[in-house]
Design a protein around this ligand. Structure first.
Ligand SMILES: [Zn+2]
Length: 267
C-alpha cells in the first residue's frame, strides 16, 4: 500500500507545479491525521488484511477476537470477589402413580385396588427422591403436564392383576419405538437390576404386553425425556410385598433411578 502512495506522490510531484503539490501534500497529511483520530472511535472502518495465518479461537488458547466497531473496553477496578459458580442443575423426575386421577386399575376380589398401591408407592418414591434434593413431579395418569413433559427421567408405577394364581415377578419396559433407545435401555437395566436386588422378585419377561411398550405417556412426553413403566409385582402372589413392604418396593425403584442418573455406585 505504501509503495502505491509513494509512487502516486512522485507522479504528482513531478508533473504538477510546486504550489499545487504543496497543497496536495498538506491535504493528504490532514486527511491521514483525521483518519488516524477517527478510526479508534469507530467512524472509519479498519479493513483487516488476511495474512494467511490461521486464527486460533480464544477457547483454544488463541487471542481474544474483538469485533470491529465494538466499544473499546475500559479497564475497571480489579474484582476481589470470587466469581459465583453457576448453580448446579437440579435433577427433575416425573413419577406417575398408575391410574391416578383416572380409574382404579386392577381390582382383587377382596377389594384391593391397584391404583391405591401405586399411589402409596409413588408417594414413598417421591419422598425419597426429594430427600436427595431432587425435584419430583407427581403426575396423574392422564395429566395435562405429560404433553411435551421434560425431565431427567419419568417412571410410571403399576402393579399386575389378581387374576393369575401362581404368577410372581415384576417387569420394566420402555417405549417400543424410542427416540433415545440407548439411554432408555440403561434406564430399564438399572430399574430391573436394582428392583430385583432390593425385592428379590424375579424379572417376568414373558408377560410384557403392548400395554407397557405402547404405554400412552411414552408418546406424550418430550422425546428426549427417558421414560419407563414398571409393574411392581402381582397383586395375588406378591401381595405381601406390595401391601406390607412398600418401603422396599419404593427403595428398589429409587435405587434404579439413582443408578440411571448418577451411575453405578462404586463398590
Ligand atoms: Zn396399571
Amino acid at each position: 500500500m505504501s509503495k502505491t502512495v509513494s509512487r502516486a506522490k512522485s507522479v504528482v510531484l513531478s508533473e504538477a507545479d510546486p504550489w499545487t503539490a504543496g497543497l496536495l501534500l498538506r491535504g493528504l497529511v490532514i486527511l491521514a491525521a483525521g483518519l488516524a483520530l477517527l478510526a479508534p472511535l469507530g467512524f472509519v472502518p479498519i479493513i483487516p488484511v488476511a495474512t494467511g495465518a490461521i486464527a486460533v479461537p480464544e477457547s483454544q488458547g488463541g487471542p481474544a477476537l474483538i469485533p470491529l466497531g465494538a466499544p473499546t473496553p475500559t479497564p475497571g477496578p480489579v474484582a476481589l470477589v470470587t466469581p459465583v459458580p453457576p448453580a448446579p442443575q437440579v435433577i427433575r423426575v416425573g413419577v406417575v402413580p398408575g391410574h391416578a386421577g383416572s380409574d382404579s386399575g386392577a381390582i382383587c376380589p377382596d377389594g384391593l385396588q391397584e391404583a391405591q398401591l401405586n399411589a402409596q408407592v409413588a408417594d414413598l418414591v417421591a419422598g425419597m427422591l426429594r430427600a436427595r434434593g431432587w425435584t419430583v413431579d407427581l403426575l396423574d395418569e392422564f395429566d395435562e403436564r405429560l404433553a411435551g413433559y421434560q425431565a431427567n427421567v419419568l417412571v410410571s408405577i403399576h402393579a399386575d392383576s389378581c387374576v393369575y394364581a401362581g404368577k410372581t415377578g415384576f417387569k420394566v419396559a420402555r417405549a417400543e419405538s424410542s427416540y433415545i433407545p440407548g439411554s432408555e435401555d440403561i434406564l430399564v437395566s438399572c430399574l430391573s437390576r436394582y428392583y430385583h436386588a432390593r425385592t428379590g422378585l424375579p424379572f417376568d419377561a414373558n408377560t410384557i404386553t403392548f400395554d407397557m411398550t405402547r404405554y400412552h405417556a411414552f408418546y406424550e412426553i418430550h422425546q428426549n425425556t427417558p421414560a419407563a413403566i414398571i409393574e411392581t409385582g402381582f397383586m395375588l402372589d406378591d401381595r405381601e410385598l406390595l401391601v406390607e413392604r412398600q418401603d422396599v418396593v419404593a427403595a428398589g425403584i429409587v435405587e434404579g433411578l439413582v443408578c440411571f442418573l448418577e451411575g453405578e455406585p462404586v463398590r
